[in-house]
Design a binder for this molecule. Structure first.
Ligand code: COI
Length: 338
């Protein structure tokens, strides 16, 4: 049995028993194997190293109230990874293979799935990379698909507590046109400079605006944007350069179930001051309230600095209750593993 300090678990790499690894060669995927060594050997000319031919996913596995272990909507992650693979010219992972990988790696690491009641979950990180040598600008000829797992607690320390965000008008998040629906590391690398700058100024996260006009909200560095208007309308962003977050889609459904009007549309930055609650959402951050947005010395204040607003809290609890098996899984989102 592993000994982990669940109460102080944040979001950091932890070596677990194994990851699962597959190789694509001569036009086909192999059967995959559980690997205990957490290092990888590849050509110095691998396509992922030179031309960033890689993509990743993020999903969670929960130990539920009755002891069952389930993954949250893994089919949606498999489908997004397939879209990303097409856009980055890599061999897509069939959903069946993705789910098989998930079951095998989670079952081999069951003691790393946090106990019910800790509030922690297992984070699953599927990764697809071009490993074949490729020095001319073209897709690689060999690929590795792996799925690693690790337990995680809060992404932002302190539970569901409001964070401050900042907008930098001189940095855009470089998602080439038409690439917003994919999850590639390159997008994150392009935002690391601004992300570190935000951290050094005391902001856990930065908010990106549309690169063309800097007038419309896109998403936070780590997560999608959502908010509630004073009349209870749930609003989130529609934009071709925003990641289609599985958490956001789930929250839209739950907001509708709770009787909120749901709007997915362009959100002008100027409108933010009219919001009663603003939050960030994603697999890692779940629902994180945002209490201040700073831009060029001006501040938009939203709700309390100490506590989460009521609508965001209700949504946070609604999704977590399903994930932890405290509420009926009416949408069939929980995928049984053990
Ligand atoms: C996730 O939420 O799964 C992500 O990939 C975001 C990242 C900041 C950890």
């Amino acid at each position: 049995m592993v000994t982990i300090d669940w109460a102080n678990l944040g979001f950091a790499y932890m070596k677990t028993r194994s990851h699962i690894r597959y190789t694509w060669k001569d036009g086909a995927w192999d059967k995959g194997e559980l690997v205990t060594d957490d290092t990888i050997t590849m050509s110095v000319a691998a396509g992922c190293l030179h031309y960033g031919q890689e993509c990743f996913e993020g999903l969670k596995v929960f130990r539920q109230k009755d002891g069952r272990v389930v993954a949250f909507r893994p089919q949606a992650n498999a489908e997004r990874m397939q879209r990303t693979a097409v856009k980055t010219v890599m061999p897509p992972i069939p959903t069946e293979m993705f789910l098989d990988a998930l079951k095998r790696v989670v079952k081999d690491n069951l003691d790393y799935v946090p106990p019910y009641g800790t509030g922690c979950a297992m984070y699953v990180r599927p990764l697809l990379i071009g490993t074949g040598p490729q020095i001319g600008v073209a897709p690689a000829h060999e690929y590795t698909f792996l799925m690693m797992v690790m337990p995680m607690g809060d992404y932002y320390k302190g539970g569901i507590r409001p964070v401050r965000a900042i907008v930098f008008d001189d940095y855009d998040r470089a998602a080439p046109l038409g690439m917003g629906d994919v999850k590639v590391g390159g997008n994150y690398a392009a935002s690391l400079y601004a992300h570190e700058k935000a951290h050094s100024m005391g902001y856990p996260v930065e908010l990106y605006l549309d690169a063309k006009t800097h007038t419309n909200v896109e998403e936070f560095a780590t997560s999608n944007f959502l908010g509630f208007k004073p009349d209870g309308t749930f609003v989130t962003v529609k934009s071709p350069s925003v990641l289609p977050s599985v958490t956001n889609l789930s929250l839209q459904q739950l907001a509708a179930d709770l009787g909120h009007r749901v709007e997915v549309r362009t959100v002008p930055y100027e409108e933010l001051k009219e919001f009663a609650e603003i939050g960030a959402c994603g697999t890692a951050v779940v629902v994180t309230p945002v209490c201040e947005i700073h831009r060029n010395g001006e501040v938009i204040e939203i709700g309390s600095k100490d506590t989460c607003g009521p609508n965001l809290l209700r949504l946070h609890d609604a999704v977590q209750d399903i994930q932890f098996g405290r509420a009926p899984d009416t949408h069939g989102w929980c995928y049984p593993i053990a």
